[in-house]
Design a protein around this ligand. Structure first.
Ligand SMILES: *Cc1c(COP(=O)(O)O)cnc(C)c1O
Length: 397
């Protein structure tokens, strides 16, 4: 997945344009910038990439999720349904707005289970946040239907699935709002950065203003702009946008390499009858940023991970004991360890985490191995890796 593996001349040239005129900020300073508007140019490129009418760049993927929710009016006391398997950013972004994350099970797609969503809908539910983990997608038709039936906002976190598609649509562009991250380890990187995409003009205008202190961005005198509502600073800098602008132009090349490497590994593992792969909904195409497969049980999975380590097969994880991506080890969330007081509503809203169990998620995550697909591997290296993986799995079975 990581775009940083293929960092070079193109990225340097774009950054040098910015350094040459010294305008590091995305707004204003028109006279000094010699026509360089890197953030605007990247937004325009991303409109095409994501087939979306509007794109708002922000400072991170986490900021993108908060800005997306805020721009659609999600806030204090609202419940947002999210999966147990994701990145900690999901609940951070929800809680920043005073909203309540409602965690529910995933299914064999490794994404939100439609049945689990329906089971927790209450009058307080405002949004469903689907997270397209590890390059693939949840059952989007069923989830979209639930959202339509219950009049819920659908927010799509596609931070890990840039380039994946569902029925021909880029992941991230299916829900009411989509979120992307361009942090250092994502498929394309800005160093730090993120984006909110939407076809809804009002959500876009809100995210444009909200991510820059509520500035209305009318006219060319920043100091004189009015503030239709309160905002924060989630701006991206021109330096970061410049790196992203070079990277996004290479996305087709990155995706092709990912697909080749993924295909070699998947073909090799598929000869082992005990290995099964995550379900990809019909009409879906993975971005191939990760290869995910299941083994018969947790013990075998742990042995295989150990075997991979011993044989130098890096960048493969089992998330069961992972502190960043899975509910089991999110003690700081369960214990509500916060630097500052948390509202009574959120405290009460999260009490369910003391007792709720997630057997269905455990069933999939305990047996899953997720392998990062790197861009820098040669074909020979991938074949060698495939052979080592097959040998380690066979030995553990
Ligand atoms: C990386 C990531 C984020 C957060 O992105 P940052 O840019 O690091 O803040 C959010 N959600 C998912 C699924 C991610 O993988």
């Amino acid at each position: 997945m990581p775009g940083f593996e293929l960092f070079g001349e193109l990225e340097r040239n774009e950054v040098n344009d910015v350094l040459d005129n010294g305008v590091l900020m995305r707004y204003g300073f028109d006279g000094m910038r010699n026509g360089h508007w890197k953030a605007k140019a990247l937004e325009s490129e991303l409109q095409t990439t994501f087939q979306s009418k509007h794109v708002q760049l922000v400072s991170s993927g986490t900021a993108a999720v908060s800005v997306a929710l805020a721009s659609a009016g999600v806030g204090a006391g609202d419940e947002v349904i999210m999966p147990t398997f994701t990145f900690v950013a999901s609940f951070e972004a929800i809680m920043l707005l005073g909203a309540i994350p409602i965690l529910v099970d995933i299914d064999d797609t490794l994404g939100l289970s439609p049945e689990a969503i329906e089971a927790v809908i209450t009058p307080k539910t405002k949004a469903v946040m689907v997270v397209q983990m590890c390059g693939s997608m949840a059952k989007m038709d069923a989830i979209q239907r639930i959202c339509n039936n219950h009049n819920l906002l659908l927010v799509e976190d596609a931070c890990q699935a840039i380039g994946g598609t569902y029925k021909g649509k880029p992941l991230g562009s299916i829900g009411d709002l989509g979120c992307f991250s361009f942090d250092f380890v994502k498929t394309i990187t800005c160093g730090e950065g993120g984006a909110v995409i939407t076809n809804n003009k009002e959500y876009y205008t809100n995210s444009d203003h909200y991510s820059d202190h509520g500035h209305d961005h009318i006219g060319n005198d920043r100091g004189a702009e009015s503030h239709p509502f309160l905002g924060y600073n989630f701006r991206i800098s021109e330096l970061h946008a410049a790196v992203g602008l070079a990277q996004v132009k290479r996305l087709p090349e990155f995706l092709e390499i990912q697909k080749r490497n993924f295909g070699i590994l998947r073909d090799a593992l598929s000869i082992i009858p005990e290995v099964t792969f995550r379900t990809v909904p019909e009409g879906g195409e993975e971005s191939c940023a990760f290869l995910n497969f299941f083994l018969p049980d947790l013990e075998t999975t742990r042995t295989v991970i150990e075997g991979f380590k011993n044989d130098g097969v890096d960048a493969c994880w089992n998330y069961y004991d992972n502190t960043w991506h899975y509910i089991r080890k999110w003690d700081h969330l369960k214990d509500l360890k916060s630097l500052f007081p948390i509202s009574k509503e959120v405290k009460e809203g999260l009490e369910y985490l003391q007792t709720k169990t997630f057997e269905k998620s455990d069933h999939y995550i305990a047996r899953n191995i997720s392998c990062l697909i790197k861009l820098s591997w040669t074909e020979e290296e991938v074949r060698d890796r495939a052979a080592k993986m097959v040998a380690a799995i066979k030995k553990a079975l």
